[in-house]
Design a protein around this ligand. Structure first.
Ligand SMILES: Nc1nc2c(c(=O)[nH]1)N[C@H]1C(S)=C(S)[C@@H](COP(=O)(O)OP(=O)(O)OC[C@H]3O[C@@H](n4cnc5c(N)ncnc54)[C@H](O)[C@@H]3O)O[C@H]1N2
Ligand code: MOO
Length: 388
């Protein structure tokens, strides 16, 4: 049995070799760059107008209008002192422009332009290189690509991006009692739901489950299923059959497949029987079968490894301290992750903390970490791991 800290240290300390690929820009959201993005040109790449209005040469209250420039115009226009040109947002400003005046502050009489006020030098001009210069590092290797990041990379004219590949994930659920949703359920049977929750959790954080298998509590079948799933998988996630019951075959089946145990059992609630192992470059998590335990273990332990394998700078759930809205006593002898809901600035622990109960997790948006046998008072700060 290891502590939560020890388990996380073992997971986060694994030597991994993230793989890279070149992806189309539109398919890069949430991927991490495997190379720096260097600006091929300055941004903006030419001096341009920030407003629809008039480009002005010199500081006056009156100008003579000479021509018009729209966004995308390639004509070169040169202004002389006292001259103005009609201009639109984003258009390249003419040579010798002192400022741009927005049209709302102007009056046009024939070819004369009258201003309400004198312009300021440089007013409404977006200067070449104002955001960054040519050859500047725009994003460093490891940057996790956001929608704005996609926009910026596109604005540099780049349509294919070098990123770290996401790991190939496979799922195995075990248990004779499990029936697929949609099928009739007999006495003593339950619907298999962990694979749906785990696949959805992967998806929420930008990972994809390649496949899933459901295997009965039979040692040879589990051993064969694991052997098959270890091929071409980087993270194998099992659910159920990892405790100490007579039908809990997963641990032995992993051993017989040459998976090296890195830890088994974590001193925590829920999710005590969590197993983590490795066979060459394939990692294996065997999560406890109880629905809330399996998902809680995914959030706290599996996610950091998925991030690491995908070259992400993130190393787990975001977590912040919030003040708790009520007194609470954690009677468990194990440090606990409690389903909770943050509303505005306060967090409340929800009813239904049992490892088999998942409604509280579904209605909540955080897991509060509390040490064993600890009491907190209303208003105390507690550490909250965000799950939505
Ligand atoms: N003698 C002991 N018994 C148990 C211990 C222990 O230390 N000593 N630990 C308990 C804890 S804590 C947990 S958590 C569970 C974990 O057991 P397993 O990982 O072996 O899980 P199963 O027994 O296969 O299933 C537990 C529970 O979850 C349901 N289940 C399983 N798979 C699914 C699924 N895919 N979808 C929905 N529900 C699932 C299953 O029917 C059981 O009700 O062990 C305790 N026992
Ligand atoms: O660890 Mo179990 O998940 O407490 O029920």
């Amino acid at each position: 049995m290891v502590t939560i800290e020890e388990a996380l240290k073992i997971i986060k300390g694994q030597q991994v070799r993230p793989k890279t690929e070149c992806r189309k820009l539109k398919d890069c959201l949430g991927y991490s760059l495997s190379k720096d993005i260097i600006a091929p040109f300055a941004m903006p790449s030419f001096d341009n107008s920030a407003m629809d209005g008039y480009a002005l040469c010199g500081i006056f209250r009156e100008y003579i209008i000479k021509g018009e420039i729209a966004a995308g115009d390639t004509r070169q226009l040169e202004l002389k002192e006292g001259e103005a040109a009609r201009i639109f947002t984003g258009a390249k400003i003419p040579e010798n422009t002192t400022a741009v005046m927005m049209q709302e502050k102007t009056t046009v009489i024939g070819d004369k332009l009258l201003l309400e006020q004198e312009p300021r030098e440089g007013q409404n001009i977006r200067r070449k290189g104002g955001e960054f210069t040519k050859k500047q590092v725009v994003f460093e290797n490891g940057y996790s690509i956001t929608p704005a990041g996609i926009g910026l990379i596109g604005s540099l004219g780049i349509e294919k991006v070098d990123v770290f590949r996401k790991p190939v994930i496979n799922l195995i659920t075990t248990g004779n009692e499990l029936v697929a949703p949609g099928k009739p359920k007999g006495e003593g049977q339950i619907y298999e739901s962990n694979s749906f929750a785990l696949a959805a959790a992967c998806e929420k954080y930008g990972f994809q489950c390649q496949g899933k298998k459901q295997i009965e509590d039979n040692f040879e079948a589990i051993k064969a299923g694991i052997k098959d799933s270890l091929e071409n998988t980087e993270v194998l996630i099992l659910s159920g059959g990892i405790s100490v019951g007579d039908y809990d075959f997963v641990k032995q089946a992993l051993e017989e497949n040459g998976v090296e145990e890195l830890f088994y059992k974590v001193f925590q609630k829920p999710g005590k029987p969590l197993y983590f192992g490795r066979k060459e470059d394939t990692f294996v998590f065997a999560l406890p079968g109880n629905p809330a335990s399996s998902l809680s273990c995914f959030y706290i332990y599996v996610l950091p490894l998925l991030y690491k394998l995908s070259g992400s700078p993130k190393n787990g759930l975001e977590h912040y301290a919030f003040s708790i809205s009520h007194d609470f006593e954690n009677r468990s002898d194990r440090p606990s992750f409690l389903k909770a809901r943050i509303d505005t600035k306060e967090v409340a622990i929800l009813n239904g903390q049992g490892s088999s109960m998942i409604q509280s997790m579904a209605l909540g948006n955080a897991l509060i970490f509390l040490d064993a046998e600890t009491s907190v008072k209303k208003g105390d700060l507690v550490e909250c791991y965000l799950i939505s």
